[in-house]
Design a protein around this ligand. Structure first.
Ligand code: GLN
Length: 543
């Protein structure tokens, strides 16, 4: 059997310093040299998947093609390597324990007692290898959530140690660490990184590379200190300074010659790199001057960072705007403030376009419905993503069909006009509190109506997009909605599920919503066609 290589990306000092982007960039530079790579994420939480975690808590839930509800880093991997992520690319502590316990109940341990060590690390290894096999990857990159020294990371680090002790030539560890610059001193400090390295030693691992995340490139002195502490050649200490855009990271890695050194260390042949298109994009982004202003009307803004919660939406806006040579200026608008003050809606006038993104639960939705109606009346480009499509349908029903109390049964169970409701199978699931992994998830086909904005944007008659929702446009209201002028321009092949709603171009420059999440399929070098049509409409309004 052909030997395959494994690179583990672990964090030191603190999290949220761009470990996911680093792992995605490693995938990108190895792929650009013609190697078949697979990126995986292992998260330490006991949840089976990210689907039940509040976005405020852990960022966006990224949906894979097969419907896996995963950590947002899988989105980074897809955007960087343009490879589809599936269930096998994502591990959690919960999945590992659930599988071990299932096997124990099935008497698959042959009467032995089942132990945290070694049965838990063994199951982690089995999953890593299964992902490698499915992807037939030559190099598998596994990012561990959290940082070394955390209690819950121990079984994962032990899995790495077991793999490395068996195949030292095939298993590598990249420590992504942070170099703080205390303002009092004004110089980078390496001591926290040294502690992180000591933590790795204590579990029997030593880093093969240290990526130095910092606001500035690591100084030669710092690199020397870290190389001494880790007994590593200095060229394996790589600078990872703050960048203009995340798409600079692979380019910067190559400036440090990381690609070549990585391949030498892995014992793989150096190959010519092909990063030209990517580098051109990363450079172009910095030169764009003209701005387009997009307001995101949502509700998950009471958090550390909207950036994490809406990362795929933000990146999709970026990709399309950059492609059209515009720099997006994204403004976060909390929908709740529109509920008591019609006047406040006037602030939407200064925007070039509005996006209402996905969401769950009642809070804030009345404000979104008002904003959608305002956008329709004032001909401000409007793009609704999942919940945003339901919102525009409700606002259309209230204001054009005059069904003043129209709503979604998710938001008002007693509405006399449930224009958005669930399918029968979902009613059972909700009743039984069977919430985890039971929404309509993953990629489904959708047939487009000829001549519609949707069909013209895609330039195709049938597409596939990823979903994550429990509610749908209620079929009993389709006829009146269509008669009143709303066009269902995308439907499931059997015609039963409404996937895209829009107003004709002669009525409105862009008033469109999708029941799916187009943001999961936008890539830096191939922006999503609907986002591009929306941004074009925004640019036109600006002019
Ligand atoms: N809450 C809505 C539903 O479940 C929308 C979901 C979403 O925006 N992802 O259908």
């Amino acid at each position: 059997m052909k030997k395959t290589k494994y690179i583990f990306v672990v964090g030191g000092v603190m999290s949220s310093v761009g470990k996911g982007i680093a792992a995605a960039s490693i995938g990108k530079i190895l792929q650009s040299r013609g190697y078949k790579v697979a990126n995986m994420k292992a998260d330490m939480y006991v949840n089976i998947d990210a689907g039940t975690i509040r976005p405020a808590e852990h960022g966006e839930v990224f949906v894979g093609e097969d419907g896996v509800e995963a950590d947002q880093d899988l989105g980074n991997y897809e955007r960087f390597t343009n490879q589809v992520s599936k269930r096998e690319n994502y591990i959690t502590t919960g999945q590992v324990y659930a599988e071990v316990i299932r096997r124990e109940r099935n008497l698959e341990y042959g009467g032995e007692d089942v132990e945290v060590y070694p049965d838990i690390p063994k199951e982690i290894i089995r999953r890593i290898k299964a992902c490698q096999e499915k992807n037939e990857s030559e190099i598998t990159i596994i990012e561990y959530g959290g940082t070394v020294g955390e209690y819950q990371l121990l079984p994962f680090l032990e899995a790495t140690r077991m793999m490395k002790s068996k195949n030292p030539e095939d298993v590598f560890v990249v420590l992504t660490s942070y170099l703080p610059t205390p303002s009092l001193l004004g110089e980078q400090k390496s001591k926290p990184t040294q502690h992180a390295v000591t933590d790795l030693y204590s579990v029997g691992l030593n880093p093969d590379f240290v990526l130095c995340r910092a606001d500035k490139p690591a100084t030669p002195d710092i690199k020397k200190t870290i190389s001494n502490v880790c007994s590593l050649p200095i060229e394996r200490i790589i600078s990872a300074p703050d960048v203009y855009s995340i798409y600079d990271v692979p380019v910067n890695f190559e400036k440090e010659n990381f690609g070549n050194i990585l391949l030498q260390t892995l014992g793989l042949r150096e190959r010519q790199k092909d990063l030209a298109d990517w580098t051109a994009l990363a450079n172009k982004i910095k030169k764009i001057k003209k701005e387009v202003t997009i307001g995101v009307v949502g509700k998950y803004f009471n958090l550390k960072s909207c950036k994490d919660t809406y990362i795929s939406v933000i990146e999709s806006i970026n990709h399309s705007a950059w492609n059209l040579n515009y720099k997006p200026n994204i403004i976060w608008l909390d929908s709740e403030k529109y509920e008591n003050s019609e006047d406040k809606l006037k602030e939407l006038d200064k925007l070039d376009g509005i996006i209402v993104p996905g969401g769950f639960g009642k809070r804030g939705t009345e404000g979104m419905i008002l904003a959608a109606d305002y956008a329709r009346r004032k001909k401000i480009p409007y793009f609704g993503l999942c919940l945003g499509m339901q919102i525009m349908t409700i606002s259309f029903a209230r204001n054009i069909l005059n069904l003043k109390k129209a709503n979604s049964t998710e938001l008002d169970q007693n509405t006399p006009d449930p224009v958005i409701a669930t399918m029968q199978d979902q009613v059972e699931k909700i009743k039984n509190k069977n919430y985890g992994g039971t929404m309509r998830l993953g990629a489904y086909p959708c047939v487009l109506k000829k001549g519609s904005i949707a069909a013209t944007s895609y330039g195709e008659s049938k597409i596939e997009e990823r979903h994550r929702h429990r509610y749908e446009v209620n079929n009993s209201y389709i006829e009146p909605l269509e008669k009143a002028g709303l066009v269902f321009s995308g439907k499931s092949p059997d015609g039963k599920l409404m996937e895209i709603a829009e107003l004709p171009k002669k009525e409105h420059p862009f008033f469109l919503g999708t029941q799916f999440h187009p943001e999961f399929l936008s890539r830096p070098l191939s922006p999503h066609p609907l986002f591009t049509s929306f941004i074009k409409a925004c640019i036109n309004k600006k002019k």
